[in-house]
Ligand binder design. Structure first.
Ligand SMILES: Nc1ncnc2c1ncn2[C@@H]1O[C@H](COP(=O)(O)OP(=O)(O)OP(=O)(O)O)[C@@H](O)[C@H]1O
Length: 209
């Protein structure tokens, strides 16, 4: 299915840091550049050199951000390192109206917030095959210090705890073999049925203890 009511429902992608969300998304956007788009978030942080207002972010003052927040203009928002970030309803509507499917890549707090709105998206959780694999991938990516890797692994357990709640996500994909995970993810993105993977929750937890 590539149009109709399903297509107008945003796809909310979440999962532990390092589970492979960006990798899957990059491939989806490369394969289908005209079909999908990310919503442009708002932020109160200053633009970095080369960043363009309305492209990477909508750069706004804290005052304007809070005002939009108070009007109920955000489906989710969070504060990181003293700066506010959020996804506005308007940013999502702009994509839906363009005929592309809107994809949100957000963390678990954002997912909880979206659930309190009338956005009615499809929720897809990307899980690592095991915590040790997640650790190896985070280390292999070379972007984190050892302390940051351990912090992300702790957060991963909380995210997996949330994913355990029946109905928390519409689809669960375990990113073991990348090609297999991508085929499933692509099906979800186009609204084709998949049978969700079963989270190896018990083994993930016992690995942590
Ligand atoms: N199926 C896979 N097999 C092996 N390596 C993978 C697989 N999927 C992703 N990776 C690698 O794991 C690392 C983490 O993936 P990625 O950066 O896509 O995660 P992420 O979920 O987007 O993380 P973050 O939330 O921190 O942005 C990358 O180095 C990526 O190349």
């Amino acid at each position: 299915m590539i149009s109709g009511p399903y297509w107008a429902r945003p796809l909310v992608l979440s999962g532990p840091s390092g589970s492979g969300k960006s990798t899957l998304l990059r491939r989806l956007f490369d394969d289908h550049p005209a079909r999908f788009a990310f919503s442009v978030s708002h932020t109160t942080r200053a633009p970095r050199p080369g960043e363009v207002n309305g492209v990477q972010y909508h750069f706004v003052s804290r005052e304007d951000f809070v005002s939009l927040l108070n009007q109920g203009g955000f489906v989710e928002h969070a504060e990181f390192s003293g700066n506010l970030y959020g996804t506005s309803k308007q940013a999502i509507d702009t994509i839906v109206e363009s005929g592309k499917r809107c994809i949100l890549d957000i963390e678990v707090q954002g997912v909880r917030q979206v659930k309190n709105t009338n956005l009615n998206p499809i929720y897809c959780f990307i899980a690592p095959p095991s915590l040790s694999t997640l650790r190896d991938r985070l280390i292999g990516r070379g972007t984190e210090t050892t302390a940051a890797v351990e912090k992300r692994l702790k957060t991963a357990l909380l995210e997996i705890d949330y994913a355990k709640i029946p109905g928390a996500h519409d689809h669960i994909i375990i990113n073991d073999d990348l090609n297999r995970a991508y085929e499933l993810f692509q099906s979800v993105a186009f609204g084709n049925p998949i049978s969700s993977d079963k989270l190896p929750l018990d083994s993930l937890e016992s690995e942590a203890s």
